[in-house]
Design a protein around this ligand. Structure first.
Ligand code: MAN
Ligand code: CA
Ligand code: CA
Length: 166
């Protein structure tokens, strides 16, 4: 068995394996990474998510999603929101999770981290309220699937979503 094939058993090992082959084309490494999620993989209605329970700032959580070939979750419809909430299960591993929605570029203009405007709002009434003038990131409440704007520097669990294949 080649080292590359053996490395497929764990996400961390895959990263080590790719680091030990500096000449390997990036595309080939990604193709071997059929599941680069270092958290818990969750699928909902055909979408692949990666749930992380440890607590990171929004920025650090977003950076980890990108390292694992994804982004903080984008939720475009009420169905998608409900399916994700259901997929977290009856006993969710954490109460609140970062999703990829922020108004840090322009106050009150909530956009997904790819710059797309929202097409559906899951905000809990009367959110988003920019409490204290410091709330520019969005947390997802596992209990009911509603959203709240909150300080981006706080530690939260996070939900990554796989980027579509290039
Ligand atoms: C309350 C509400 C929210 C706010 C949090 C901050 O829950 O005011 O809008 O984001 O406090 O902890
Ligand atoms: Ca804000
Ligand atoms: Ca708020």
């Amino acid at each position: 068995m080649t080292p590359a094939v053996r490395a497929r058993t764990s996400g961390e090992a895959r990263h080590e394996a790719s680091a030990s082959y500096p000449g390997a084309p990036r595309r080939a490494v990604v193709a071997e990474n059929d599941n680069p999620c270092s958290g818990t993989p969750v699928t909902a209605d055909g979408r692949s998510y990666c749930v992380h329970v440890d607590l990171l700032s929004f920025e650090d959580a977003a950076a980890r999603c990108e390292r694992e070939h994804g982004h903080l979750a984008f939720i475009e419809t009420a169905d998608e929101n409900a399916n994700l909430q259901r997929a977290l299960g009856a006993s969710p591993p954490s109460d609140r999770f970062w999703i990829g929605l922020t108004d840090r570029e322009r106050e009150g203009d909530f956009r997904w981290t790819n710059g797309a405007p929202i097409t559906f709002s899951g905000f809990h009434m009367p959110e988003p309220n920019d409490d204290g003038g410091v709330e520019d990131c969005t947390e997802f409440y596992a209990a009911d699937g509603r959203w709240n704007d909150i300080d981006c520097r706080l530690g939260r669990s996070s939900i990554c979503e796989a980027s579509p294949p290039a």
